[in-house]
Design a protein around this ligand. Structure first.
Ligand code: FAD
Length: 439
């Protein structure tokens, strides 16, 4: 491993992560900022690419009240009402902007078609087959690649932040040649996604491991509710190790049902995710089974192939033809509702440091996220963060900061250390929650 001990040229804004949140921040920062985006893997290897179901939108003013209530109810009313209000009211302009950027949503003669998922009282989700995340994120990435002021460094992991006197001054990175480097910047935006990679059973990509949470804790940046972790009720059961393949909630939204060992229905499939998950675990325990069944019998072969082509093909690869038979499904870790605490503009407790997307917590999801609210939340609040940076822009003064590069030389050790910091904090906050509930 090489120790470059090198401070690179100063950058205006560094964005950590190339998922929807990072890309949309970059696009909204405008042409005159010199922007560096870094990502641990390839630029298209993000959970944003995996999103299947869709993205929520306020269809018309008549839906405001029920959209608000559905989001609050799913979140056990622990949501920040201001965040929810902002997300819902901003959603039409975000969807319009995506369409302008070339994103194609299912439509009939230009009129958007809406679908429904669990805990939604009305159909208000726009989608692109079962590949909505890929459609949105690939178009944003293509747009970013056209901009001369934005540079993307792939296979470059943030291993620490440069901080001085509660001000963020840049990042320390390790790349795939294992060079340790530091980049100074006026502002840093953390858009590094969730933490599913820390779990054995997760729908998330393996390299999405919540590093920014450990780095924040290490640098005394406030985090919030990191034990608020969503388990998705339906991932394809497999004995193979690795990422669990998600069976989108929109499959249930379109009429698929859950069955137990006796092939009997045992739950209302469109309850909020946490309640459906609880019912599945109960059934699995009582029946001594490793999974329950999902039946798509009520959907025609034509609809399945047209609406869920990706799920259909992936299940075929695993040996299941969903047009003809039930598939075994099991809950798995899916989403982090908590994260780095931010205000409505994505500002963290550290000056010049912002967090957006799944790694941030502005309280919009409360204790449990409503399906298809996370792509929307990422886009709404990353645009706000970009605008806030533009409005407040202040160059950082030059500084002299000693970095101990040896701290980052053994990446495996560092990964283990960061994982431990996060899992210990989750355990700690779970035990605090339990004692609150007892009191
Ligand atoms: C299978 C699946 C299906 C989903 N379906 C939906 C859906 O239908 N609708 C919906 O609204 N939401 C859905 N979600 C959730 C949604 O996709 C994510 O919450 C959202 O895309 C998060 O975007 P993000 O930009 O915050 O993070 P991500 O898209 O996860 O991107 C994180 C980025 O950070 C980089 N990174 C991480 N750590 C580091 C580091 N230390 N250094 C450098 N780079 C780093 C990663 O390489 C990546 O580029 C789904 C999620 C999954 C996993």
């Amino acid at each position: 491993m090489k120790n470059e001990n090198r401070m690179n040229k100063k950058i205006d804004v560094i964005i950590v992560g190339t998922g929807v949140a990072g890309l949309y921040t970059a696009l909204n920062l405008g042409k005159d900022k010199n922007i560096l985006m870094i990502t641990k893997d390839k630029s298209d290897a993000s959970d944003s690419f995996l999103a299947q179901g869709g993205i929520c939108v306020l269809k018309n003013d008549n839906d405001y009240q029920s959209f608000f209530e559905d989001t609050m109810k799913a979140g056990h009313y622990e949501n920040n009402k201001k965040s929810v209000d902002l997300m819902i009211r901003t959603s039409p302009e975000i969807i319009q902007h995506l369409i302008q950027l070339g994103v194609e949503f299912e439509n009939r003669d230009g009129e958007l078609i809406y679908t429904k998922e669990g805990a939604h009282s009305k159909a208000r989700i726009v989608y692109h087959k079962d590949l909505t995340g890929k459609e949105i994120t690939s178009k944003l990435l293509a747009e970013v690649k056209k901009k001369e002021n934005i540079k993307i460094l792939e296979y470059t992991m943030m291993v620490d932040l440069l901080c001085y006197d509660n001000q963020c001054k840049g990042v320390v990175t390790s790349n795939n040649q294992k060079n340790i480097e530091s980049y100074e910047a006026d502002y840093v935006v953390l858009a590094s996604g969730g933490l599913g990679g820390l779990f054995d059973h997760s729908t998330n990509l393996k390299h999405i491991t919540g590093d920014a949470l450990a780095i924040s804790m290490k640098n005394n940046i406030t985090i919030k509710n990191i034990s608020y972790i969503q388990i998705h009720p339906t991932t394809l059961f497999s004995k193979k190790t690795g990422r669990h393949f998600l069976i989108s909630e929109s499959v249930r939204g379109e009429g698929a049902i859950l069955l137990n060992k006796e092939k009997k229905r045992f739950v209302d499939e469109l309850l909020p995710r946490d309640l459906v998950t609880k019912a599945i675990y109960k059934e699995m325990e009582e029946d001594h089974q490793e999974f329950v069944w999902l039946s798509l019998e009520s959907l025609s072969e034509e609809i399945i192939k047209k609406r869920f082509p990706n799920i259909y093909l992936r299940c075929l690869e695993e040996g299941y033809d969903i047009t003809k038979e039930c598939i075994p499904v099991v809950p798995a870790q899916h989403y982090l509702m908590g994260g780095i605490q931010v205000d409505l503009n994505g500002e963290t407790s550290m000056n010049h440091l912002y967090a957006v997307g799944e790694i941030s917590c502005n309280g919009v999801h409360g204790a449990n996220r409503l399906a298809s609210n996370s792509l929307l939340e990422s886009l709404v609040f990353s645009k706000r963060a970009a605008n806030d940076i533009i409005n407040k822009y202040e160059s950082s003064l030059a500084f002299e900061l000693k970095i101990n590069y040896n701290d980052f030389m053994n990446l495996e050790e560092l990964r283990k250390k960061y994982k431990k910091i996060i899992l210990d904090e989750i355990k700690r906050s779970v035990s605090i929650e339990k004692s609150y509930k007892k009191a």
